[in-house]
Ligand binder design. Structure first.
Ligand code: XIL
Length: 363
Protein backbone atom coordinates (compact mmCIF):
# COMPACT_ATOMS: atom_id res chain seq x y z
CA UNK A 1 0.00 0.00 0.00
CA UNK A 2 1.39 3.38 -0.86
CA UNK A 3 1.38 6.50 1.27
CA UNK A 4 -1.76 8.43 0.50
CA UNK A 5 -3.30 11.15 2.53
CA UNK A 6 -6.59 9.27 2.51
CA UNK A 7 -5.07 7.03 5.14
CA UNK A 8 -4.98 9.77 7.73
CA UNK A 9 -8.53 10.82 7.01
CA UNK A 10 -11.92 9.42 7.66
CA UNK A 11 -10.86 7.29 10.59
CA UNK A 12 -8.49 5.28 8.45
CA UNK A 13 -5.61 3.85 10.39
CA UNK A 14 -2.20 5.32 10.76
CA UNK A 15 -0.97 1.82 9.87
CA UNK A 16 -2.10 2.50 6.33
CA UNK A 17 -0.14 5.70 6.36
CA UNK A 18 3.00 3.90 7.30
CA UNK A 19 2.93 0.59 5.55
CA UNK A 20 4.31 2.17 2.39
CA UNK A 21 7.06 3.85 4.32
CA UNK A 22 8.09 0.89 6.38
CA UNK A 23 9.74 -0.89 3.53
CA UNK A 24 12.51 1.67 3.34
CA UNK A 25 13.32 1.57 7.06
CA UNK A 26 15.83 -1.19 7.26
CA UNK A 27 16.70 -0.15 10.82
CA UNK A 28 14.84 -0.03 14.07
CA UNK A 29 14.09 3.69 14.19
CA UNK A 30 11.21 5.00 16.27
CA UNK A 31 9.16 5.12 13.10
CA UNK A 32 9.43 1.35 12.84
CA UNK A 33 8.35 0.78 16.45
CA UNK A 34 5.42 3.15 15.92
CA UNK A 35 4.42 1.57 12.61
CA UNK A 36 4.42 -1.90 14.12
CA UNK A 37 1.91 -0.49 16.59
CA UNK A 38 -0.24 1.02 13.82
CA UNK A 39 0.95 4.53 14.58
CA UNK A 40 3.49 7.08 13.38
CA UNK A 41 6.48 8.82 14.92
CA UNK A 42 7.81 12.10 13.61
CA UNK A 43 9.54 15.25 14.74
CA UNK A 44 9.54 18.96 14.16
CA UNK A 45 12.76 20.24 12.67
CA UNK A 46 14.18 23.75 12.42
CA UNK A 47 15.05 25.33 9.09
CA UNK A 48 18.80 25.58 9.80
CA UNK A 49 19.00 21.85 10.35
CA UNK A 50 17.13 21.15 7.12
CA UNK A 51 19.52 23.33 5.15
CA UNK A 52 22.79 22.63 6.94
CA UNK A 53 22.92 19.72 9.38
CA UNK A 54 23.46 16.57 7.34
CA UNK A 55 24.19 14.42 10.40
CA UNK A 56 20.93 15.35 12.11
CA UNK A 57 18.91 14.99 8.93
CA UNK A 58 20.33 11.50 8.43
CA UNK A 59 18.92 10.61 11.86
CA UNK A 60 15.58 12.23 11.01
CA UNK A 61 15.28 9.78 8.11
CA UNK A 62 16.02 6.83 10.36
CA UNK A 63 13.72 7.82 13.21
CA UNK A 64 10.83 9.68 11.59
CA UNK A 65 7.95 8.90 9.27
CA UNK A 66 6.97 12.53 9.09
CA UNK A 67 8.60 15.89 9.68
CA UNK A 68 7.10 19.15 10.86
CA UNK A 69 8.37 22.68 10.49
CA UNK A 70 9.38 24.14 13.83
CA UNK A 71 8.95 27.71 12.57
CA UNK A 72 8.82 27.29 8.77
CA UNK A 73 5.04 27.51 8.52
CA UNK A 74 4.43 30.33 11.00
CA UNK A 75 3.04 33.69 9.89
CA UNK A 76 6.18 35.72 10.57
CA UNK A 77 8.27 33.31 8.51
CA UNK A 78 5.84 32.84 5.65
CA UNK A 79 4.16 36.21 5.38
CA UNK A 80 6.58 38.96 6.47
CA UNK A 81 4.79 41.77 4.59
CA UNK A 82 1.17 42.26 3.65
CA UNK A 83 1.81 41.25 0.06
CA UNK A 84 5.06 39.37 0.66
CA UNK A 85 5.17 35.61 1.04
CA UNK A 86 8.34 33.63 1.70
CA UNK A 87 8.03 29.91 1.18
CA UNK A 88 11.76 29.14 1.21
CA UNK A 89 11.94 27.28 4.55
CA UNK A 90 8.70 25.41 3.97
CA UNK A 91 9.62 24.46 0.42
CA UNK A 92 13.03 23.19 1.55
CA UNK A 93 11.43 20.99 4.20
CA UNK A 94 8.84 19.62 1.80
CA UNK A 95 11.52 18.93 -0.81
CA UNK A 96 13.67 17.03 1.68
CA UNK A 97 10.68 15.06 2.96
CA UNK A 98 9.42 14.17 -0.49
CA UNK A 99 12.83 12.95 -1.57
CA UNK A 100 12.98 10.70 1.48
CA UNK A 101 9.32 9.68 1.16
CA UNK A 102 8.43 11.22 4.51
CA UNK A 103 5.17 12.94 5.37
CA UNK A 104 5.00 16.63 6.33
CA UNK A 105 2.94 18.49 8.93
CA UNK A 106 2.30 22.22 9.02
CA UNK A 107 2.10 24.50 12.07
CA UNK A 108 0.27 26.97 12.36
CA UNK A 109 -2.34 29.45 11.05
CA UNK A 110 -4.39 30.95 13.87
CA UNK A 111 -2.02 31.78 16.74
CA UNK A 112 -1.41 34.81 18.92
CA UNK A 113 2.36 34.44 18.56
CA UNK A 114 4.63 34.70 15.51
CA UNK A 115 2.38 37.44 14.19
CA UNK A 116 4.41 39.80 11.97
CA UNK A 117 4.43 43.47 12.96
CA UNK A 118 2.45 44.56 9.93
CA UNK A 119 -0.33 42.18 10.94
CA UNK A 120 -0.40 43.24 14.58
CA UNK A 121 -0.54 46.89 13.51
CA UNK A 122 -3.27 46.50 10.91
CA UNK A 123 -5.55 43.83 12.37
CA UNK A 124 -9.06 45.02 13.25
CA UNK A 125 -12.57 43.59 13.34
CA UNK A 126 -13.28 44.79 9.81
CA UNK A 127 -10.31 43.23 8.03
CA UNK A 128 -9.50 40.21 10.26
CA UNK A 129 -11.65 37.60 8.53
CA UNK A 130 -10.30 38.56 5.13
CA UNK A 131 -6.68 38.58 6.30
CA UNK A 132 -7.02 35.16 7.91
CA UNK A 133 -8.80 33.65 4.91
CA UNK A 134 -6.34 35.11 2.42
CA UNK A 135 -3.34 33.86 4.40
CA UNK A 136 -4.75 30.36 4.73
CA UNK A 137 -5.81 30.16 1.08
CA UNK A 138 -2.43 31.36 -0.07
CA UNK A 139 -0.26 29.26 2.26
CA UNK A 140 -2.23 26.05 2.43
CA UNK A 141 -2.98 26.41 -1.26
CA UNK A 142 0.76 26.63 -1.95
CA UNK A 143 1.45 23.40 -0.05
CA UNK A 144 -1.82 21.66 -0.95
CA UNK A 145 -1.50 17.97 -1.68
CA UNK A 146 1.91 17.79 -0.01
CA UNK A 147 0.88 17.94 3.65
CA UNK A 148 -0.53 15.18 5.84
CA UNK A 149 -1.61 17.39 8.73
CA UNK A 150 -1.97 21.02 9.71
CA UNK A 151 -2.23 22.50 13.20
CA UNK A 152 -4.74 25.05 11.93
CA UNK A 153 -5.33 26.71 15.30
CA UNK A 154 -2.88 26.88 18.17
CA UNK A 155 -3.40 27.73 21.86
CA UNK A 156 -6.76 29.46 21.45
CA UNK A 157 -7.91 28.63 24.98
CA UNK A 158 -6.76 30.13 28.28
CA UNK A 159 -9.35 29.84 31.05
CA UNK A 160 -7.27 32.21 33.23
CA UNK A 161 -8.18 35.03 30.82
CA UNK A 162 -11.75 34.68 32.12
CA UNK A 163 -13.49 35.07 28.77
CA UNK A 164 -16.71 33.15 28.11
CA UNK A 165 -15.88 29.74 26.64
CA UNK A 166 -12.40 29.87 28.13
CA UNK A 167 -10.96 31.60 25.09
CA UNK A 168 -7.55 33.22 25.23
CA UNK A 169 -7.61 36.99 24.95
CA UNK A 170 -5.79 37.52 21.65
CA UNK A 171 -5.87 40.00 18.76
CA UNK A 172 -7.68 37.38 16.66
CA UNK A 173 -10.28 36.74 19.33
CA UNK A 174 -10.83 40.43 19.97
CA UNK A 175 -11.40 40.97 16.26
CA UNK A 176 -13.50 37.92 15.43
CA UNK A 177 -14.68 36.14 18.59
CA UNK A 178 -15.28 32.36 18.47
CA UNK A 179 -16.06 32.62 14.74
CA UNK A 180 -12.30 32.83 14.17
CA UNK A 181 -12.25 29.03 14.33
CA UNK A 182 -15.06 28.56 11.81
CA UNK A 183 -13.30 30.95 9.46
CA UNK A 184 -9.89 29.29 9.86
CA UNK A 185 -11.00 25.67 9.58
CA UNK A 186 -13.37 26.32 6.69
CA UNK A 187 -10.66 28.14 4.76
CA UNK A 188 -8.20 25.34 5.58
CA UNK A 189 -10.55 22.58 4.44
CA UNK A 190 -11.18 24.45 1.23
CA UNK A 191 -7.49 25.10 0.55
CA UNK A 192 -6.31 21.53 1.25
CA UNK A 193 -9.19 19.08 1.54
CA UNK A 194 -6.86 16.11 2.00
CA UNK A 195 -5.02 17.23 5.12
CA UNK A 196 -5.95 16.27 8.68
CA UNK A 197 -6.89 19.56 10.36
CA UNK A 198 -6.09 19.88 14.04
CA UNK A 199 -6.87 22.17 16.93
CA UNK A 200 -3.54 22.24 18.80
CA UNK A 201 -3.33 23.00 22.52
CA UNK A 202 -0.97 22.86 25.49
CA UNK A 203 -1.59 22.61 29.20
CA UNK A 204 -3.75 19.49 29.00
CA UNK A 205 -1.37 16.94 30.42
CA UNK A 206 -1.33 17.07 34.21
CA UNK A 207 -3.78 16.75 37.11
CA UNK A 208 -3.30 20.41 38.04
CA UNK A 209 -6.46 22.55 38.30
CA UNK A 210 -5.37 24.82 35.45
CA UNK A 211 -4.89 21.82 33.17
CA UNK A 212 -8.22 20.37 34.29
CA UNK A 213 -9.93 23.63 33.37
CA UNK A 214 -8.24 23.60 29.95
CA UNK A 215 -9.26 19.97 29.32
CA UNK A 216 -12.87 20.79 30.11
CA UNK A 217 -12.79 23.79 27.78
CA UNK A 218 -11.24 21.72 24.99
CA UNK A 219 -13.96 19.09 25.25
CA UNK A 220 -16.67 21.78 25.21
CA UNK A 221 -15.06 23.51 22.27
CA UNK A 222 -14.65 20.31 20.23
CA UNK A 223 -18.27 19.49 20.88
CA UNK A 224 -19.39 22.98 19.82
CA UNK A 225 -17.27 22.93 16.68
CA UNK A 226 -18.68 19.55 15.80
CA UNK A 227 -22.27 20.73 16.23
CA UNK A 228 -21.52 23.78 14.06
CA UNK A 229 -20.16 21.49 11.35
CA UNK A 230 -16.68 23.04 11.48
CA UNK A 231 -14.36 20.75 9.47
CA UNK A 232 -11.92 19.74 12.16
CA UNK A 233 -10.32 16.31 12.26
CA UNK A 234 -8.78 16.20 15.67
CA UNK A 235 -6.91 17.54 18.63
CA UNK A 236 -3.19 18.13 18.84
CA UNK A 237 -1.92 17.63 22.41
CA UNK A 238 1.38 19.49 22.55
CA UNK A 239 2.73 17.41 25.46
CA UNK A 240 5.61 19.56 26.62
CA UNK A 241 6.26 17.48 29.74
CA UNK A 242 8.45 18.05 32.75
CA UNK A 243 10.29 15.20 34.45
CA UNK A 244 9.59 14.90 38.15
CA UNK A 245 6.11 16.40 38.07
CA UNK A 246 4.19 14.12 40.42
CA UNK A 247 0.75 15.06 39.07
CA UNK A 248 0.90 12.75 36.05
CA UNK A 249 -2.33 10.80 36.33
CA UNK A 250 -2.53 7.98 33.81
CA UNK A 251 -6.21 7.28 34.41
CA UNK A 252 -7.05 10.92 33.90
CA UNK A 253 -5.10 10.93 30.63
CA UNK A 254 -6.84 7.77 29.43
CA UNK A 255 -10.21 9.28 30.27
CA UNK A 256 -9.43 12.51 28.45
CA UNK A 257 -8.32 10.69 25.29
CA UNK A 258 -11.45 8.54 25.47
CA UNK A 259 -13.64 11.64 25.88
CA UNK A 260 -12.08 13.21 22.78
CA UNK A 261 -12.57 9.92 20.94
CA UNK A 262 -16.21 9.72 22.01
CA UNK A 263 -16.78 13.02 20.22
CA UNK A 264 -15.36 11.40 17.09
CA UNK A 265 -11.97 13.11 17.07
CA UNK A 266 -8.45 11.82 16.53
CA UNK A 267 -5.53 12.93 18.69
CA UNK A 268 -1.95 13.59 17.63
CA UNK A 269 0.77 14.12 20.25
CA UNK A 270 2.25 17.09 18.45
CA UNK A 271 5.15 18.59 20.42
CA UNK A 272 6.48 15.90 22.73
CA UNK A 273 9.51 16.71 24.86
CA UNK A 274 10.44 16.16 28.51
CA UNK A 275 12.37 19.00 30.10
CA UNK A 276 14.39 18.23 33.21
CA UNK A 277 14.70 21.54 35.08
CA UNK A 278 13.51 19.93 38.33
CA UNK A 279 16.09 17.17 38.23
CA UNK A 280 19.52 17.80 39.71
CA UNK A 281 22.40 15.37 39.64
CA UNK A 282 24.39 13.68 36.95
CA UNK A 283 23.29 13.02 33.40
CA UNK A 284 22.35 9.45 34.20
CA UNK A 285 20.01 10.53 37.00
CA UNK A 286 18.40 13.13 34.77
CA UNK A 287 18.05 10.69 31.89
CA UNK A 288 16.34 8.08 34.05
CA UNK A 289 13.86 10.65 35.37
CA UNK A 290 13.10 11.94 31.86
CA UNK A 291 12.67 8.44 30.47
CA UNK A 292 10.41 7.26 33.29
CA UNK A 293 8.22 10.34 32.99
CA UNK A 294 7.95 10.13 29.21
CA UNK A 295 7.17 6.42 29.37
CA UNK A 296 4.42 6.89 31.96
CA UNK A 297 2.79 9.55 29.80
CA UNK A 298 3.05 7.61 26.55
CA UNK A 299 1.84 4.37 28.15
CA UNK A 300 -1.36 6.18 29.12
CA UNK A 301 -2.10 8.06 25.91
CA UNK A 302 -1.09 5.18 23.62
CA UNK A 303 -3.75 3.05 25.29
CA UNK A 304 -6.27 5.15 23.38
CA UNK A 305 -7.12 3.91 19.86
CA UNK A 306 -7.73 7.46 18.62
CA UNK A 307 -4.15 8.57 19.41
CA UNK A 308 -2.60 8.28 15.96
CA UNK A 309 1.01 9.04 16.65
CA UNK A 310 3.70 11.04 18.40
CA UNK A 311 5.68 13.99 17.08
CA UNK A 312 8.59 15.27 19.15
CA UNK A 313 9.49 18.97 19.15
CA UNK A 314 12.97 18.53 17.78
CA UNK A 315 14.76 15.20 17.64
CA UNK A 316 18.10 15.96 19.27
CA UNK A 317 19.12 17.95 22.36
CA UNK A 318 21.59 19.63 20.04
CA UNK A 319 18.72 21.89 19.10
CA UNK A 320 15.69 22.28 21.35
CA UNK A 321 13.67 25.39 22.06
CA UNK A 322 13.82 24.39 25.76
CA UNK A 323 17.45 25.46 26.09
CA UNK A 324 16.27 28.95 25.19
CA UNK A 325 12.81 29.11 26.77
CA UNK A 326 13.38 26.89 29.83
CA UNK A 327 17.13 27.00 30.52
CA UNK A 328 18.36 24.82 33.36
CA UNK A 329 19.65 26.66 36.41
CA UNK A 330 23.02 24.88 36.04
CA UNK A 331 23.24 25.95 32.35
CA UNK A 332 23.58 22.33 31.22
CA UNK A 333 21.78 21.44 28.00
CA UNK A 334 18.38 19.81 28.37
CA UNK A 335 18.13 16.01 27.99
CA UNK A 336 14.60 16.26 26.66
CA UNK A 337 14.59 14.42 23.34
CA UNK A 338 15.19 10.92 21.92
CA UNK A 339 18.72 11.81 20.75
CA UNK A 340 21.28 13.71 22.78
CA UNK A 341 23.45 16.55 21.47
CA UNK A 342 25.88 13.98 20.02
CA UNK A 343 22.95 12.31 18.21
CA UNK A 344 23.19 9.27 20.47
CA UNK A 345 19.99 7.58 21.58
CA UNK A 346 19.00 8.58 25.10
CA UNK A 347 17.03 6.53 27.65
CA UNK A 348 14.03 8.56 26.46
CA UNK A 349 14.49 6.98 23.00
CA UNK A 350 14.14 3.53 24.58
CA UNK A 351 11.16 4.72 26.61
CA UNK A 352 9.38 5.89 23.45
CA UNK A 353 10.22 2.70 21.56
CA UNK A 354 9.14 0.63 24.57
CA UNK A 355 5.84 2.49 24.88
CA UNK A 356 5.03 1.82 21.21
CA UNK A 357 6.05 -1.83 21.60
CA UNK A 358 3.86 -2.30 24.67
CA UNK A 359 0.77 -0.35 23.59
CA UNK A 360 -2.32 -2.06 22.23
CA UNK A 361 -2.04 -2.12 18.46
CA UNK A 362 -4.41 0.04 16.47
CA UNK A 363 -5.53 -0.11 12.86
C1 XIL B 1 8.75 27.51 19.33
C2 XIL B 1 9.95 27.20 18.44
O1 XIL B 1 10.44 25.93 18.80
C3 XIL B 1 11.01 28.26 18.57
O2 XIL B 1 12.01 28.05 17.58
C4 XIL B 1 10.40 29.64 18.41
O3 XIL B 1 11.39 30.59 18.69
C5 XIL B 1 9.23 29.83 19.32
O4 XIL B 1 8.29 28.80 19.09
N1 XIL B 1 4.45 25.67 21.38
C6 XIL B 1 4.28 25.81 20.01
C7 XIL B 1 5.45 26.00 19.15
O5 XIL B 1 3.15 25.64 19.53
O6 XIL B 1 5.15 26.76 17.99
C8 XIL B 1 6.60 26.63 19.89
O7 XIL B 1 7.73 26.62 19.02
C9 XIL B 1 6.89 25.88 21.17
C10 XIL B 1 5.69 25.88 22.08
Amino acid sequence: MSLTRRHVLGGVSAAGLLSGLQAQAADDGLRTHAAANGRFFGSAVDANSVSGDKALMAQEIIECALLGGEDAFKWDTLHPGKDVYNFADGDALVKFAQKQKLGVRGHTMLWHKAMPDWLVKSLNSTNAAGLLQTHIQHVMGHFAGKMLQWDVANEVLEPADKLPGGYRDTPWFRALGPQMLDIAFNAAAQADPGALLLLNEYGLEYAWDVHKAKRERVLNLLSELKSRGVPIGGLGMQSHLEAGVPELDQNMLRQFCADVGALGFKIVITEFDVRDNRITGDVNTRDQAVAAHGRAYLDAVLDAPNVMGVVSWGLSDKHTWLNHDYPRADKQLQRALPLDDQLQRTPLWYAIAGAFDAAPKIG
